[in-house]
Design a protein around this ligand. Structure first.
Ligand SMILES: [Zn+2]
Length: 273
């Protein structure tokens, strides 16, 4: 699933096509209308038609379009991606939305698995209520992380995936951050020392920034835009590396399942207390 760096890379790629444009129409393709979640396609088109898009940005794993009135939020989920054109190798059955702009540009939403969703919001308060601070924003301080962990009796890996605690981190960057900070994914949050919490804070920010610099991680079919690929997969240390040697100590990386999420760690570098 695309996480913060992937979604940021999509935003970075599409800003030039989307910002400043006026929407002519938005419609579902292939009669697949679950993509619009709780609003009918006709109603959504009516809301969006003739609206100007002043800004394209990211909040957590959501792509946000600021409109004259309200907001459009896109969640890519597993396989959603944006394209400005249909390529020769594409199958039309995989497309779920076509947004047309008055300048003639088209924005397609392609989604093999069809879990991706487009939401219209009058205000962002509902979304904000579900999301914690941005890990690259000023509210995500060492103090914030330390206090959040101290209050939490649960395990650290699921805590990092909790979007209400911190927005945007998913499976890849949680595993990579915990490996860098040398924290066992099943460690109880409240057992994590200040030194380790600070190390985790630094790891999260460094890894996310580096991944954005490489346009995210393409493992199967993520694309930051059109046919481009993210190449942060070349810099992963543990994610997807089970039974390969740890880059730090050469012990074999283990994979376990935590809350049904594949979790990769080094049993030697990441000891539980
Ligand atoms: Zn190791």
């Amino acid at each position: 699933m695309p996480e913060l760096p992937e979604v940021q890379s999509v935003v970075n790629h599409f800003r030039k096509y989307v910002e400043g444009q006026k929407i002519q129409s938005v419609k579902p393709l292939n009669e697949w209308n679950k993509v619009f979640h709780s609003i009918s396609p006709t109603k959504l088109n009516h809301k969006l038609k003739s609206q100007n898009i002043s800004k394209l940005w990211r909040r957590g794993k959501y792509i946000i379009l600021d409109l004259d009135q309200g907001y459009l939020a896109i969640h890519l989920r597993m396989t959603g991606r944006l394209q400005t054109k249909i390529n020769k190798t594409d199958h039309l059955k995989h497309f779920t939305v076509l947004m047309k702009f008055e300048n003639g540009t088209n924005l397609y939403f392609k989604d093999y698995r069809k879990f991706g969703r487009w939401y219209y919001f009058e205000t962002l308060s509902k979304l904000e209520a579900k999301l914690g601070p941005e890990p690259l924003g000023s509210a995500f301080t060492r103090q914030f992380l330390k206090e959040g962990l101290q209050r939490s009796p649960g395990m650290i890996k699921p805590k990092l995936l909790n979007q209400k605690f911190i927005a945007g981190i998913g499976n890849i960057y949680a595993d990579e951050s915990l490996w860098t900070a040398r924290i066992h994914p099943m460690e109880k949050c409240c057992n994590i020392s200040t030194v380790k919490s600070n190390r985790l804070h630094q790891a999260i920010q460094e890894i996310l920034n580096k991944a954005i610099g490489h346009k995210g991680t393409t493992i199967i079919n993520f694309s930051p835009g059109d046919e481009a690929r993210g190449n942060f997969a070349n810099y992963l240390n543990v994610f997807g590396k089970s039974n390969e040697p740890c880059p730090r100590c050469k012990t074999l990386i283990q994979k376990i399942f935590l809350g049904q999420r594949g979790t990769h760690f080094c049993p030697r570098c990441q000891k539980k207390r």
